[in-house]
Design a binder for this molecule. Structure first.
Ligand code: TYM
Length: 354
């Protein structure tokens, strides 16, 4: 039980929209594996409904879904200990998202920076799904009454919106929730206010070509990112060519200010070695990048190489991947289905079938 009276439950999701990057791995997936060891119930979702908010070639989406699932498994997620599934197999997500479309306010969504970034200048031509994307994300989390959500820094605003939606729903329907005896915890709300878990040295891994931009699977330059499927040689080359400045590394974190590329490379090594950036600089301060980069490349290869190889083996058996997703979806549905049924009761829908 968490302090708020809700059972401690972890939920997070990753979009199957292209190659997984080192950013996804260090910012999210590696944390998912750690949380699997935490004793809390863990639920991880391949969010295919989110992916189609921008065009996805249907011939490639199924492959991307299986690849991401293979990435989860290869990184150490265990389908016996965590629930692993793809979002579209559990209707509760889309159902609750509709109700949240009617709870969230236009003004809240208008403030979402990720929509502005993704829609770019051509907002009129963005899909409506892209605009209401954060409501679906809130539904993903709240359909499970999840209390903890491990994510990278870029998802923080969406998590704040999730909490706002939960709080507004609890408030708007407070009398009904109490009348039905469905309130939980000190506040008597139906939904918990989930905590973002944004921790470690690599909550925002930056592009290798521009230290002020996030490392992203959608960046047009492949040299900007390390993909989980990159060969050892490719990883070494990308790090060798990564943008830096002419100064040697400082001995203390304060010396990284105004040096975004240097800061990024130090943070990546710190995350890989499970150290603080200060500890990395205590060891490598004063070195030129020509000496630091090979150390970094080796650390990335040591971590990513085995995952990449295991991913390829797992992908050889797509039927087994599909079986894992189907079983995960059944377990997910068993949790989310009854919660969404209760939402129907709270909202006042007639419910005679379930
Ligand atoms: P997505 O698919 O863009 O990214 C998946 C996870 O990887 C993290 N991440 C990063 N972390 C550090 N540095 C980076 N450069 C970097 N790039 C990506 C993201 O923060 C994320 O944790 N909206 C979400 C998916 C989602 C979700 C959810 C997450 C849908 N429903 C419910 C949590 C709970 C997204 O687009 O992630």
């Amino acid at each position: 039980m968490s302090e708020t009276g809700f059972r401690e439950r972890v939920f997070s999701g990753v979009q199957p929209s292209g190659n997984l990057t080192l950013g996804n791995y260090l910012g999210a997936i590696r944390r998912f594996v750690e949380m699997q060891e935490s004793g809390k119930e863990t639920i991880y979702c391949v969010v295919d409904l989110h992916a189609i908010t921008v065009w996805q070639d249907p011939e490639k989406l199924d492959r991307a879904t299986r690849e991401l699932t293979a990435g989860f498994l290869a990184a150490g997620l265990d389908p016996d200990r965590s629930i692993l599934f793809n979002q579209s197999q559990v209707p509760a997500h889309a159902e609750l998202a509709w109700i949240f479309n009617c709870v969230a306010r236009m003004g809240w969504l208008n403030r979402m920076t990720q929509f502005k970034d993704k829609a770019g200048k051509n907002r009129e031509n963005a899909s409506v799904g892209l605009f209401v994307y954060p409501n679906l994300m809130a539904a993903d989390i709240l359909a499970y009454h999840a209390t903890h959500v491990p994510v990278g820094e870029d998802q923080k605003q969406h998590l704040e919106l999730t909490r706002d939606i939960a709080a507004k729903f609890n408030h708007d329907f407070a009398d009904r929730i109490a009348a039905l005896g469905l309130g939980k915890g000190d506040e008597g709300g139906f939904f918990p206010l989930p905590e973002p878990v944004i921790e470690g040295a690599a909550t925002r891994v930056m592009s290798l070509r521009d230290g002020t931009k996030k490392m992203s699977k959608s960046d047009p330059s492949d040299m900007s990112r390390i993909n989980l499927v990159d060969s050892d040689e490719t990883i070494a080359r990308k790090i060798r060519k990564a943008k830096t400045d002419p100064e040697p590394l400082p001995s203390e974190p304060a010396g990284l200010e105004g040096r975004p590329e240097a800061k990024n490379l130090v943070n990546i090594l710190a995350a890989l070695e499970g150290k603080s950036p200060a500890a990395v600089l205590a060891e490598h301060g004063g070195k030129p990048f020509s000496a630091f980069k090979p150390v970094l490349a080796e650390a990335i290869i040591a971590e990513i190489g085995p995952i990449r190889d295991r991913m390829a083996e797992i992908l050889d058996g797509p039927a087994e991947i599909d079986r894992i997703l189907a079983e995960g979806a059944e377990r997910a549905e068993a949790i989310a289905g009854p919660i969404v049924d209760q939402v129907h009761d709270i909202v006042g829908f007639v419910r005679s079938r379930r």
